[in-house]
Design a protein around this ligand. Sequence first.
Ligand code: ACO
Length: 378
Amino acid sequence: MANQGGLEGIVVADIGTSYIDGGIGVLTYGGYAIEDVAEHATFEEVTFLLLNGRVPNQSEHEQIRAAIAMNAAIPDELVDMMRSMPRQTPAMSVLRTAVSMLAAFDKDAENLTDKDMAADKALRLTGQITTICAAWMRIAGGLPPVAPRPDLNLAQNFIYMMTDAEPDDTASAAVNVYLVLLAEHGMNASTFATRVITATGADMHSAVVGGIAALKGPAHGGANAEAMKMFLDIGEVDNVVPWFEKHIKTGERRIMGIGHRVYKANDPRAGILKRHAEALANSSGQRKWFDIAVKLEETARADDYFIQRNLYPNVDYYSAIVLYTLDLDIDMFTPLFAMSRISGWSAHIIGQMGGRLIRPKANYVGPHDLTWIPLAER
Ligand code: ACO
């Protein structure tokens, strides 16, 4: 039988970071239900949990918050490099290039074996990626970047660096929930990429660059931006059904933010984000995009094609509405995903360090026994 590709169902590691039961829509981080984590945790608590396998006490929480915030500054040379990039460069390409450059300025970049050092490096990268995202938003908008503040948590710092104003509590809380929900998700494509790179013995920055590259694709992290473009293309709630008939029923395109390799039931993160999207839509007075998303979900879920294939909204579907309502450029949606997923990547990278080379095999389907004809005779 032809190989379907995709390594579906193949187990490549034992992990303690997250557990998914896609058949019934369950996700836990280190044993804690995602619903509970999303309601109570800061992103820093989640990062600690993923890196240490247990939740922090109050002093450990303050230590990790401070370690991230105090190491979040980026070198001036990196800011200059970002300023030199064409403004229309996709933000994910800027982030990929910037993280690669950060390695040149990290004193421990080439240490490939010390796991404590790697954990410190991971916290530096966590803060720096946030600073890069906020800095690029401002540079692309013709504004000077703002340096991170040591007294804020990551969600607050992001809002502060983006707006150059005291971070608003509602916006910071929404960013925090988003960061918490996207932090870790088993052996997803970008995490697998970071593990493959780490297993060759390469450094953490290289692995994270690989993770960012894998996350960029619309089948993975790029779907949040594509989902928002789709909602904008639909434009009005009344257009949902005709749009669905024209583009989806004909098989011309997929609904971005729907479907998942693992979830064949509700993605629990999507339900949580849907509630936040609705609350933000109501408080901002911009309900239209949320209403379009709901109507499209209902239209799809009432359709046999989506019912038979168990296709439900995934995390990217309602996160698009949350991020849009927070006034983020669509181009920044996927970098925000990276800002969160760096914590999961870091835990996987450290877990993979010193592990066995990941080297699957391919099924050869080409010809055999051909005779090489010298170039001059062809
Ligand atoms: N819209 C319409 N049909 C779909 C969709 C969709 N969004 N997703 C899957 N299908 C259909 C496929 O056409 C296929 O139909 P078939 O059996 O008749 O050929 C069937 O459902 C299975 O789809 P596959 O692509 O084989 O499933 P796979 O597990 O490989 O892909 C994926 C999962 C890539 C997420 C897919 O559902 C998709 O493209 N979704 C849209 C992009 C997206 O939202 N990506 C984000 C994923 S979550 C994340 O990475 C954070």
